[in-house]
Design a protein around this ligand. Structure first.
Ligand code: NAP
Length: 293
């Protein structure tokens, strides 16, 4: 990894996604030739508009790469017991290798209970406590798609994390914490920052790698970044003008950083790609168990 001297090299999530999806398609075709089609079940409860778009994109991504998918749509009045019963059916459905319950769920349904009801063997979102535990102790398991996509972006630029100082801003269960664990597993020295961090700038200025996963525009500005650092922007926010933006002041930081991800076109496309990868890997495991390898 050699940082360019002028403005940052842009890590293009669309291009990297396209490459990874080509590999997914090839491996899916190979699996189909052995008699198994990878299958993803997407469960949507209620009529959240943003969720509608997300699930449509996931189903389309499956079709584009040759995976089978099932979209289960339910009215917001669905009970928790009904949802748990449906997940139990999917857990035992041999044509389904990944189960994804789109969040948020209606308030009367306990999302944690629902996630814990998914078989860890089909937990392709990586949100089950067994998946989190496996990541924590370095055992095989599904990695949550967004931080997994960030790791692929770092890999794509040949970033050897051993001995690097990585600063993760944000500690959510779906991005910040698993991100920190993945970086640690690759031998980075990791600092996790959050809303209680006293001097964020003092932390980020020491970082060789910064991952911003906050949900606020311009949390990271050029004066907070060490020249040549790698900056991964997970944020997906709307600025006051309604324009999509990340957590990073992109125009400013790209003049200082060595590598940077844009928003849109950065981490976003990687998330669905890693969902496909996880589903495919689950199907490959199922094939091996059935002696189809
Ligand atoms: P979240 O659950 O709201 O977590 C945000 C984290 O940021 C929290 O840990 C919070 O600290 C911390 N934080 C808030 N203000 C801060 C500040 N001023 N300085 C330092 N830390 C601060 O959000 P999330 O689900 O992790 O998502 C983060 C962002 O990533 C959002 O914009 C979301 O839309 C985006 N996202 C994108 C994708 C994608 O595919 N591209 C996927 C998932 C999420 P506390 O814990 O102390 O409250």
């Amino acid at each position: 990894m050699t940082a360019p001297k002028t403005s940052a090299h842009i890590i293009d999530g669309n291009t990297l996604s396209a490459q990874l999806r080509q590999e997914v398609t090839q491996r899916t075709n190979a699996l189909k030739a052995r008699g198994l089609t990878p299958g993803l079940a997407v469960v949507l409860v209620g009529d959240n508009q943003a969720s509608e778009v997300y699930v449509r994109n996931k189903v389309k991504a499956c079709a584009d790469s040759g995976l089978h998918s099932v979209l289960d749509r339910y009215d917001a009045s669905m009970t928790e017991a009904q949802l748990l019963a449906r997940i139990e059916q999917l857990n035992h459905d041999d044509s389904i290798h990944g189960i994804l319950v789109q969040l948020p769920l209606p308030a009367h349904i306990d999302a944690n209970k629902v996630i814990e009801s998914i078989s860890p063997a089909k937990d392709v979102d990586g949100f089950h406590i067994a998946s989190a535990g496996a990541l924590m102790v370095g055992q095989p398991g599904f990695w949550p798609c967004t931080p997994y996509g960030c790791m692929k972006m770092l890999e794509s630029i040949g970033c050897d994390l051993r001995g690097k100082h990585a600063v993760v801003i944000g500690r959510s269960n779906i991005v910040g914490k698993p991100m920190a664990m993945m970086l640690l597993q690759k031998n980075a020295t990791v600092t996790i920052c959050h809303s209680g961090t006293k001097d964020l700038k003092a932390m980020t200025l020491q970082a060789d790698v910064i991952v911003a996963a906050v949900g606020k525009c311009n949390v990271l500005t050029a004066d907070m970044v060490k020249p040549g650092a790698v900056v991964i922007d997970v944020g997906m926010n709307r600025n006051p003008e309604g324009k999509l933006c990340g957590d990073v002041d992109y125009a400013g930081v790209r003049e200082v950083a060595g590598f940077i991800t844009p928003v849109p076109g950065g981490v976003g496309p990687m998330t669905i790609t890693m969902l496909l990868v996880n589903t495919l890997e689950s199907a490959e495991r199922a094939a091996a168990e059935r002696g189809l390898a």
